[in-house]
Ligand binder design. Structure first.
Ligand SMILES: [Fe+2]
Length: 302
């Protein structure tokens, strides 16, 4: 039986207050029950999908951490390889490494459905626009609070589903006003320990700067403490960057050893105000491009 196409914008707009859901879209044959043609309340839609899927086969996470060396950016590939279609998503892809990322997707037989960003990056151009060009049907995702363009604009409490797995959206502003952290789901069949893709809100033994793009040190402090440090201590922390060779940390480890975020709020603000960092060299190019999904050339020509 064929699944009808899901109108993601409609679904998000008409979803009840959080949590709301972005289901795995598919028009290919599936063992899942078909969706009605009218949009259901999102929670019903997703719970129906997950129950049916897990009755057939429990989800299985495929995870890859990829690195772009010029901007020291991590791109993350996640997929549910137990699902017949192997739906996959990329978090924080970089334009320079789109070919590499898509070759991995192809080699592993995955169906890429989402290319998403944790925030509007200032140090590189996102790969989401290029990916959309090369893989028909892929939807770009960024937070509504970023004020940028994407196919799906998400908010705190939304859930982004790929197969029977999902990511929760947590608002973690402070590095930029639109930063979010994506956290793997909590519940049967979801990865354990959980995984938090923190963008630049929380880096391993550090954090993103707060002096551009609507940044605020006070807000960042509150975001990390209320939205990340409240996760289980064994939650794996996967940041958007690392400059020292670290690849992963845990919430518990950062709560103990992060040299900035273990301090009280006033000390943290003082540290952030006195970093004396140089002007970000890519910011004037990267931010305007990333506000339009990395498709700046098309916007200029249009
Ligand atoms: Fe950033």
């Amino acid at each position: 039986m064929l699944l009808p196409r899901i109108n993601h914008r409609l679904l998000l707009r008409h979803s009840p207050s959080p949590p709301s859901f972005v289901p795995f879209p598919s028009s290919s044959p599936s063992r899942f029950p078909s969706f009605p043609k009218t949009a259901l309340p999102a929670s019903k839609l997703v719970s129906g999908v997950m129950t049916a899927a897990m009755a057939v086969r429990p989800p299985k996470l495929l995870f890859r951490q990829l690195f772009e060396k010029e901007s020291s950016t991590y791109t993350y590939l996640l997929a549910d390889v137990a699902h017949p279609d192997k739906p996959a998503l990329l978090i924080d892809p970089v334009d320079r490494t789109v070919d590499r990322d898509l070759s991995v997707v192809k080699d592993l037989g995955l169906k890429l459905i989402y290319a998403m960003n944790t925030h509007v990056h200032a140090d590189h151009i996102t790969g989401t626009g290029l990916i959309k060009d090369r893989v028909p049907g892929v939807k770009s995702i960024i937070s509504k609070a970023s004020n940028s363009k994407a196919d799906l604009l998400i908010e705190a409490g939304n859930k982004i589903c790929f197969g029977s797995l999902f990511l929760e959206v947590r608002a973690t502003p402070g590095h930029t006003l639109g930063c979010v952290t994506y956290v793997t789901g909590d519940g049967p069949g979801q990865p354990h320990p959980r995984m938090a893709f923190t963008g630049d809100a929380l880096l391993i033994r550090g954090c993103g700067r707060t002096d551009f793009q609507g940044g605020s040190s006070g807000e960042l402090y509150q975001s990390v403490h209320s939205q990340i440090f409240t996760l289980p201590k064994d939650t794996l922390v996967y940041p958007a960057h690392d400059y020292k060779g670290f690849t992963v940390s845990t919430v518990g480890e950062e709560m103990l050893y992060n040299p900035r975020l273990t301090k009280d709020e006033e000390t943290f603000k003082s540290i952030m105000e006195n970093l004396n960092l140089p002007y970000p060299k890519m910011i004037d190019v990267a931010v305007p491009a990333n506000m339009v999904c990395g498709l700046q050339d098309r916007v200029v020509k249009a």
